[in-house]
Design a protein around this ligand. Sequence first.
Ligand SMILES: NC(=O)C1=CN([C@@H]2O[C@H](COP(=O)(O)OP(=O)(O)OC[C@H]3O[C@@H](n4cnc5c(N)ncnc54)[C@H](OP(=O)(O)O)[C@@H]3O)[C@@H](O)[C@H]2O)C=CC1
Ligand SMILES: O=C1O[C@H](COP(=O)(O)O)[C@@H](O)[C@H](O)[C@H]1O
Length: 228
Amino acid sequence: MSSRSSHSSLAKSESAGAEEMLSLLRQSLKSCKIPGETNFEASTPHVFVILGASGDLAKKKIYPTLWWLYRDRLVPENTIFFGYARSDLTVDQVRAKCEQYMKVKEGEEERYQQFWTLNYYVKGSYDTRRDFELLNQEMTKVGTEKANRIFYLALPPSVFEPVTSNVKKCCMSPGGWTRVIIEKPFGKDSDSSAKLSAHLAGLFKEEEIYRIDHYLGKEMVQNLMSLR
Ligand SMILES: NC(=O)C1=CN([C@@H]2O[C@H](COP(=O)(O)OP(=O)(O)OC[C@H]3O[C@@H](n4cnc5c(N)ncnc54)[C@H](OP(=O)(O)O)[C@@H]3O)[C@@H](O)[C@H]2O)C=CC1
Ligand SMILES: O=C1O[C@H](COP(=O)(O)O)[C@@H](O)[C@H](O)[C@H]1O
């Protein structure tokens, strides 16, 4: 076999491997029927909110990941995305910040364009109830009251408490479920971690809270096929 054809069969087998993994992921999402949860195929609308949408984590990790999930049809079709932060930004400006991390391949441009048409941005502070009321109004206006809502805190830990309090007061989904995702660090020592946990427990049920350390699981997720 020539080196060119061995490269091309390697590329084919890698892309077949990726397709196989995506197909497995879709199958498992579709067969997942947890009571009270959304069936992946159902038409239930979802709103994914990135709090701290102007920041480093948002542009390097969260928006790219949402785009890749959307591209690979691993989020329910009826999903919209809201960015929220104090910076005065438009969706186009958020898009420009993210651009170099999105890794859009040839042939994906149309879907990529579609992804951004599903995005909205609301400017607001983290400790003002009125701003979260406005976010709530916008989400309801663009989406529906039935939509499940997911709030991703891409924010410094110093604002975790006011933000989660305001989400609870103003932004819980009226007709669906609500989830709050917090990226590490969960406090800086045992006391501050316990304080944060107590605060969250006072607002949400445990199943409404997701604590993420993407770094801890990274290698395992990347090697999912070898682990099977
Ligand atoms: N960046 C990364 O790769 C990783 C980050 N993390 C964690 O994710 C979270 C977010 O990180 P990252 O995006 O890097 O952080 P940033 O410093 O970029 O902050 C995110 C946004 O929060 C707002 N913000 C920043 N400082 C403050 C402040 N003192 N008070 C109120 N709002 C503020 C700003 O938005 P605005 O002014 O527009 O409101 C900013 O764009 C942190 O908890 C971090 O530890 C974890 C792993 C990796
Ligand atoms: O959580 C973390 O993530 C960032 C980014 O990691 P990446 O390898 O997924 O790009 C990392 O720089 C940081 O050290 C780590 O704590």
